[in-house]
Design a protein around this ligand. Structure first.
Ligand SMILES: [Zn+2]
Length: 206
């Protein structure tokens, strides 16, 4: 792509670093911004900079938050003895949208995937195991996607906690294997949380 402006080229190159954005799309977006009032670009860049600089992770559940303890963890009305284990914030948002879950979450930050170089130590697993060891948890609900990586991660965590006084369950899947949690419709997802099954049963059937 030949550019008549170095500034334009730099903006397009930066924009095209984003996933799913090729050079052509990047150019279209940048030209769109050029047609908008200058403030529009300022708001956008300011929002991105502030988000990157100031966003933090909840000290308890590791979800993305603006404060040390996220709104869910600091909510006294939530049942802090029931912890739903998810991969990332998108799963928290999907489950919150169902309105069917009153416990709290634990955000792993990914799934065990040796091919991508992600081992248990790169994920927020030890803090979850510590919570179980402390005896303050009654139930752990595994809500990772039913992929090989999701199952591997569930099983790894289950092995760490199975000797402690805690119920392990998994969300019932009306969702076909391999579907990502965030794409499940709200009714199906809500039901699958209510009708969760003991974790032991889920892998013995497989
Ligand atoms: Zn939290």
């Amino acid at each position: 792509m030949e550019f008549s402006s170095k500034l334009l080229e730099t903006a397009v190159n930066e924009m095209s670093q984003l996933p799913g954005i090729g050079k052509r799309t990047a150019l279209r977006l940048v030209l769109h911004l050029l047609k908008q009032p200058k403030e529009q670009t300022s708001f956008l860049s300011q929002a991105l900079t502030s988000m990157r600089e100031e966003v933090r992770f909840c000290v308890s559940c590791h979800n993305i938050s603006d404060v040390d303890l996220c709104a869910i963890c600091s909510n006294e009305k939530r049942d802090h003895q029931i912890i739903c284990v998810v991969e990332d914030i998108r799963d928290v948002m999907a489950i919150e949208n169902t309105g069917q879950f009153r416990g709290i979450y634990h955000v792993l930050g990914g799934k065990i995937s040796p091919i991508d170089g992600v081992g248990p130590n790169q994920l927020n697993i030890s803090s979850l195991v510590e919570k179980v060891k402390s005896g303050e948890v009654v139930e752990i609900i595994f809500a990772l996607s039913s992929t090989i990586e999701g199952d591997t991660t569930n099983f790894y965590i289950y092995k760490q906690i199975q000797d402690y006084e805690v119920i392990s369950s998994t969300i019932a899947r009306g969702i076909s294997v391999g579907d990502e949690l965030e794409y499940a419709d709200e009714v199906t997802l809500g039901r699958s949380i209510l009708h969760r099954v003991p974790f032991e049963k889920s892998f013995k059937n497989n």
